[in-house]
Design a protein around this ligand. Structure first.
Ligand SMILES: [Zn+2]
Length: 142
């Protein structure tokens, strides 16, 4: 994963963000061919979004009106979607409730979508691990 970010809020330190991205890249095995633009924005009606722009180009939006742990959790969640796109396990369709998941068309409410279940599950696990690793390395609790 090659990345760039824009609009980083002051409360999220560069070191923390870059450690989080390095951790996620390794944990999720994100492809070196992918380019991900991470945009921190106040104009986001939810925690975040992950868009597949095609040609290994991805765009993540993160709502920056939240605490650092919430933003990091959102980052891990959205990067999980990037990995789902990279592997072809998730293919979005024009229908917001439906997508092709592991080769099958699935239509479900947001909370029951398997790609969301996986992203929420990993978001929690990754945030817990990352906070523990960070504390160990820098003796600083996030
Ligand atoms: Zn999601």
């Amino acid at each position: 994963m090659i990345y760039d970010y824009d609009g980083k809020p002051r409360n999220l330190k560069k070191l923390v963000l870059e450690e989080a991205l390095a951790y996620a890249k390794k944990y999720l095995k994100l492809s070196d061919a992918s380019y991900v633009l991470i945009e921190f924005t106040k104009d986001c009606d939810t925690f975040g979004y992950a868009h597949n722009e095609g040609d290994n180009d991805y765009h993540i939006e993160i709502n920056k009106n939240h605490t650092v742990p919430l933003m990091l959790g959102t980052l891990f969640h959205e990067l999980t979607h990037i990995r789902q796109y990279e592997t072809g396990r998730l293919i979005m369709t024009p229908n917001d409730d439906g997508a092709v998941w592991e080769g099958l068309y699935v239509e479900a409410e947001y909370d029951d979508q398997p790609w969301e279940e996986e992203a929420y599950d990993l978001e929690t696990k990754m945030l817990r691990n990352f906070k523990r690793n960070f504390k160990k390395k820098y003796n600083y609790a996030l």
